[in-house]
Design a protein around this ligand. Structure first.
Ligand code: SAM
Length: 231
């Protein structure tokens, strides 16, 4: 992967960035996403935010190598602190980190958001919690995707502030749009998850006393939801 050839995962994230957007890519690592989008003429300007020195230097190098210093600013910053009012950001991407980390970044930095930005999120796990954060903070999920690459399932969640949506527990778990669409990738993922969860539940039953009742009930509930959604 490089700024010319993105992974399929980042390519699908890129597809949700509106033409002419001013993008803040938080946790940008090498900066491939904003660099690719600037080279393609999709974004007008971008910020690549990184908390760690090595990826920050790598993003700087890639921006410089592609002659994009005037259009992409690379900032060494924690989460949304990379965004400044003068950037006039219209889209924020957070990709390739845990959903819990994303919730924490969004929650700590929400005063940096005007509320008009599109959020494009690709969490590695913790999707349920992330959707919960979006709902609690007045976001509506406008698009969702599920894809498989290199033996991993990835979900992409696109959200915008708008009419508050009240999602059910199942919608937060599967994704309100994904569970409605039930694509082949969705069915395959949840068939696989059902087998794993049933196995875990059987292990829990064998070690009954060592596993808190609450945890066993949560797993049993998940197995019920998955069975239903696949029915
Ligand atoms: C696995 S990489 C993903 C890179 C890229 N976004 C992608 O999807 O390919 C996660 C990056 O997030 C950065 N990161 C983690 N927490 C962060 C935070 N609070 N603020 C900014 N960057 C963060 C890490 O340093 C790392 O470079």
């Amino acid at each position: 992967m490089n700024e010319q050839t993105l992974s399929m995962r980042l390519e699908r994230v890129a597809a949700h960035v509106p033409q002419g957007a001013r993008l803040a890519d938080i946790g940008s690592d090498h900066g491939y996403l904003p660099v690719a989008l600037a080279l393609r003429g999709v974004i007008e300007a971008g910020v690549a935010g990184e908390v760690a020195q090595t990826p920050y230097a790598s993003a700087q190098r890639n921006v410089r190598r592609n002659g994009l210093e005037q259009r992409i600013t690379v900032r060494l910053a924690d989460g949304l602190e990379a965004i400044e009012a003068l950037d006039r950001i219209t889209a924020v991407s957070l990709c390739g980190m845990g959903g819990d980390t994303m919730c924490e970044i969004l929650d700590r930095g929400k005063q940096r958001l005007s509320g008009s930005e599109r959020l494009i999120l690709q969490p590695n796990g913790g999707e349920r919690e992330l959707r919960g954060w979006l709902m609690a903070n007045g976001y509506r999920i406008v698009c969702e995707e599920l894809l498989r690459e290199n033996r991993f399932d990835y979900e992409i969640i696109v959200a915008e502030k708008g009419d508050a949506s009240a999602y059910s527990a199942e919608e937060l778990y599967f994704g309100p749009l994904l569970m409605r669409e039930k694509s082949p990738a969705f069915i395959t993922k949840w068939q696989r998850m059902l087998r794993q969860k049933q196995q875990t539940l059987a292990n829990f039953e064998r070690a009954r006393d060592a596993i808190p009742q609450e945890k066993r009930s949560d797993f049993a509930c998940q197995v019920g939801w998955i069975t239903q959604v696949l029915a």
